[in-house]
Write a new protein. Structure first.
Length: 95
């Protein structure tokens, strides 16, 4: 998938973030003479594009929930902080 193909299915509100990430990755490639950061950025954006294509409405709801959580600091109902989840996993693994 090309950068243009990864960009095309994005929600309009995600396009600027893609453009910014892509430009930063290109700049890093020019400075380091390595395409690693560019490949990593494109792979991340390909995953976002696939999620967006699979269910654009669900992807928009996920963004809205994330924005609300960041704005209010309140987790969505029925969820728990990552630290609690990690603690449960550690207990179950006997760590």
């Amino acid at each position: 998938m090309t950068a243009a193909a990864a960009h095309e299915p994005l929600l309009p509100e995600e396009a600027d973030a893609f453009d910014c990430d892509y430009r930063q990755a290109l700049k890093a490639a020019a400075e380091t003479l390595s395409l690693d950061e560019l490949h990593k950025t494109l792979e991340h954006r390909r995953r976002v594009a696939r999620m967006t294509q699979a269910d654009p409405s669900a992807h928009r709801r996920m963004h809205a929930q994330a924005e609300q959580t960041l704005r209010t600091g309140q987790l969505p109902a029925g969820t728990m902080p990552a630290d609690e989840i990690k603690a449960i996993i550690r207990r179950r693994l006997g760590l």
